[in-house]
Design a protein around this ligand. Structure first.
Ligand code: G3P
Ligand code: CA
Length: 275
């Protein structure tokens, strides 16, 4: 019997369709749109002058060749930075070339795509003002019904709940190794009870969803999250194995760099009789 997927199952283009174009850039979201994706994920951080910029990493060097962090630069400096050259170097299999593709702002993303997407906005940095400034752009573009706020940072999640109780807020949970280390447990300590404490935190804070790395997900974890009234989705999909695992355990969706592969897989299961 093929797995029955929760409806609607969310195929979320991770940082846009980031296997095919530089992550968190307009071309990555354009590609996601061309693939027919409705849900996209993005990472937001604040520039030195308080502009909400799309960028994932803690530092700029690896992907832009520039020093420091997003917070160390003004928006006008950041928007000149090229992330396309890094992408071309690390994705030689992609025919289209992106050298010269620059970083962008959340405002430009919303301006370009408006309400054609559901945006999963990951609050990446711990700046207190990040939540409010991001919400200002959501309001300015009338996107209150098109966004969810997500974060690994519990303080940011709580700020999001307080400042935007009408917007679904999701907690991302770290991977097994990090959870055990932060809890002072041995590397082989039983994982489920620890994972449950994070599910409980999310449920007690009236969050909408918890996200776990695909490789750490089990049917028991999914069942527990659902019993606490939460949706549960997978992150860190490194390839087909993770994708299949997340599907098999009953995740409600996943972020993936290859949304086309996930869509194909879901159609295959549907043809085989799944929901
Ligand atoms: O779906 C959440 C996922 O984006 C978290 O991981 O490192 O890609 O931000 P990361
Ligand atoms: Ca992210």
């Amino acid at each position: 019997m093929p797995p029955r997927f929760p409806t609607p199952f969310k195929v979320i283009a991770h940082r846009g369709a980031s296997a095919y174009a530089p992550e968190n850039t307009i071309p990555a979201y354009t590609h996601a749109q061309e693939l027919g994706v409705v849900d996209v994920e993005l990472d937001v951080q604040l520039s030195k002058d308080g502009v909400v910029v799309l960028y994932h990493d803690h530092t700029l060097l690896k992907k832009t060749g520039q020093p420091g962090r997003v917070r160390d630069h003004t928006a006008s400096e950041l928007l000149k930075m090229d992330i396309g050259t890094w992408f071309d170097r690390t994705h030689p299999e992609i025919e289209e070339k992106f050298s010269g593709t620059r970083l962008n702002t959340v405002d430009a993303l919303f301006e370009t795509f408006g309400n054609s997407f559901q945006y999963h906005i990951e609050l990446k940095s711990d700046d207190e003002e990040l939540v409010g400034l991001t919400l200002n752009h959501v309001s300015a573009h009338h996107l209150e019904n098109n966004v969810r706020l997500t974060s690994f940072l519990f303080d940011q999640v709580m700020r999001a709940r307080q400042q935007a109780p009408h917007i679904p807020t999701d907690l991302l949970v770290r991977d097994a190794a990090r959870l055990r280390k932060e809890a002072g447990l041995a590397a082989d300590a039983v994982l489920l009870p620890l994972q449950k404490t994070w599910v409980d935190r999310a449920a007690d804070a009236s969050l909408a969803l918890v996200g776990f790395p695909a490789e750490d997900m089990t049917p028991e974890l999914v069942q527990y999250a659902v019993s606490r009234g939460l949706e549960i989705r997978a992150w860190r999909i490194r390839g087909d194995e993770d994708m299949h695992r997340a599907l098999e355990v009953g995740a409600y969706g996943m972020t993936t760099n290859w949304p086309d592969r996930l869509i194909r897989e879901l159609l295959r299961h549907k043809r085989a009789g799944g929901s």
